[in-house]
Design a protein. Structure first.
Length: 107
């Protein structure tokens, strides 16, 4: 079984999240994506606490595609430093596993 993962990425706005999600989907690097709008957060940046309203992008993929996904996000993301996280999926339904194996890029 391939190692699947949930990917999480904050984006500056809906337009950026759509662009990143659509590009990764078209390249078969992710099987699907969804967005949570108006994700308000605080974070340390250059020695001070900043606040931002962002869009939270959630995606489903395989762990072995992470480097390719990160390379694409680097080209498309507006942030100097973005946080792309992969959270391994410990179990997944058989039908979802079959769907992911069928739809995702296989190298």
């Amino acid at each position: 079984m391939a190692d699947f993962c949930q990917l999480w990425l904050t984006c500056a706005n809906k337009k950026e999240a759509d662009k990143i999600g659509s590009t990764l989907l078209q390249k078969k690097l992710i099987a699907c994506y969804g967005q949570l709008s108006s994700y308000a957060g605080e974070f340390w940046w250059h020695g001070k606490v900043e606040q931002a309203d962002e869009v939270f992008l959630g995606m489903l993929s395989k762990l072995d595609l992470f480097d390719k996904i990160e390379a694409e996000v680097t080209k498309l993301h507006s942030y100097e430093t973005f946080v792309l996280e992969a959270v391994p999926v410990s179990r997944i339904s058989k039908s979802a596993q079959e769907w992911l194996n069928r739809e995702l890029k296989n190298d």
